[in-house]
Design a protein. Sequence first.
Length: 112
Amino acid sequence: MTILFIGFAAVQYNDPDPYIWVPIYLFPAVVSAIIFTGRKVSPLPILLASIAFFVGGFFQWPAHWEGVALKNGMKDINIEEGREALGLLICAVSLFIYWLYLTRFKVKMGEV
């Protein structure tokens, strides 16, 4: 997931607002890297970030869904908002899975 999120951040170079989207994608990349290396991390900030990304995805959702494909170019703002909303939701789901891993899986492994 670290590599995936770094890739997401890298393709933001041609976005009109990369200063917003690069940090958004780098945050879950850093969290992924920290968890992958086995370092201790508090699950609460990860849960809060996941909730924030879910809320952001909800509010970023386009007024009219037109997909995310660029077959005929960027027709209107709905495609851009759809892509941004899906990106936020991917971040939210990933962070939620990390939270589950830290709170459920780690505890059960310690009990065994």
